[in-house]
Design a protein around this ligand. Sequence first.
Ligand code: PEP
Ligand code: CO
Length: 454
Amino acid sequence: MSKGEAQTGWRPDGWRTRETAQQPDYGDSDSLDEVLRELAALPPIVTSWEVESLRRSIAAAQRGEAFVLQGGDCAETFPECTSDIIVARLKVLLQMSLVLSYGLRKPVVRIGRMAGQYAKPRSQPLESREEVSLPSFRGDLVNRESFTSGAREPDPKLLLRGYERAALTLNFVRSLVDGGFADLHHPENWNLDWVGHSPQADAYEAIVDRITRSLDFIEHSTGRDLSRLRRTNFYTSHEGLLLNYEQAQTRLLPHRGVWYNLTTHFPWIGMRTAQLEGGHVEFFRGVANPMGIKIGPAMTSEWLVELLGVLNPDNQEGRITLIHRMGAGRVGEVLPPLIEAVQRQGARVLWMCDPMHGNTETAANGRKTRRLERIEEELDQAFAVHAEAGTWLGGVHLELTGENVTECVGGARGLNEADLDKSYRTQVDPRLNYEQAIELAMLISQKAAAQKRR
Ligand code: PEP
Ligand code: CO
């Protein structure tokens, strides 16, 4: 985003003149205004120099010099803002990044779907049960889940509660990343019991053994604690959905002359909010953060090219990540024309695969689930499509938790549909558990490394 672009014809509240999808209907605008004033005065969650450093790292991933791991909950919840859950989520992401970095021999950029992933797009504004229709639950930042009219009423104060939890989460993550987790790579911290169930057990054990031994070797030979050798960067992301919230923390940095959305390092928009004339595209064209655009099978080449023209008119490196989520079986047919259109346009983008959202299904017991085989199939096909097109698939986007939940089926331990009820805890989409996430990281690191050699 050039200075001129941000300063002419764009205002942080300009989106209000556009039709804006997925916004809650706050009945009481006085209390909303009061909350937004308070939010605008509170300090930012992230800083512009961190945002710029992420943009440079994404630019490196675009050039094939790094790989991005973006992962976390589908929706964070307020009650799950606890130390155990945050530690477990951070641990699984850091261990996955070690596996990826080891396999790829490249730096891995880590982006958590956390510290603000509290708002969800919904396909219907109302939910009906028997004779009663109430506003849909849109995430803890908007309203409450239980099916009563009081709970479903959008409550502006939740924007403040979400801001606070985002800040608490990131504060804890920063401390862990800076000071703790020094022993992350020690074998006893890997919980590898499941490996014995995998046909690839020997290969996996060898990977972890080599990672832990190389890190140990470096520690002993340098006499230094590895966690302090190089500050581990860890970034946050969330869907930039509720524009009141995003706008309130968007600041003009006078020394840079550009606007940053300081609720997060990396916001993304989904297809439900990617209308060219809509409020979201208007808002995000004016902020300088690197950003993601989710693209599904309904994306067309024309739409995509226009979106890139509006959201990155200067074709800046590191600005745009295209997160494709096509579904196994569809990706081979729908992705190639989009890649071709982007290549023809000469647009600089990072290609990232979300193999989760196109592969959600309903199990026999009515639970939403995802099969690890389908997730792997989509990844396989996506790597093949990019290899064919000569593009670098430089990142993955996953929904996962560090907890031992039973929400996705498959994996080395062979979770099946009957197991889903054992520990099904997600508020929205099914997540990979710790074991499934590490297993998937091992597979991805093999596929991504093979890509490197092509
Ligand atoms: C999500 O990432 O949780 C989500 C809603 O994805 P999508 O917009 O791709 O369906
Ligand atoms: Co989701």
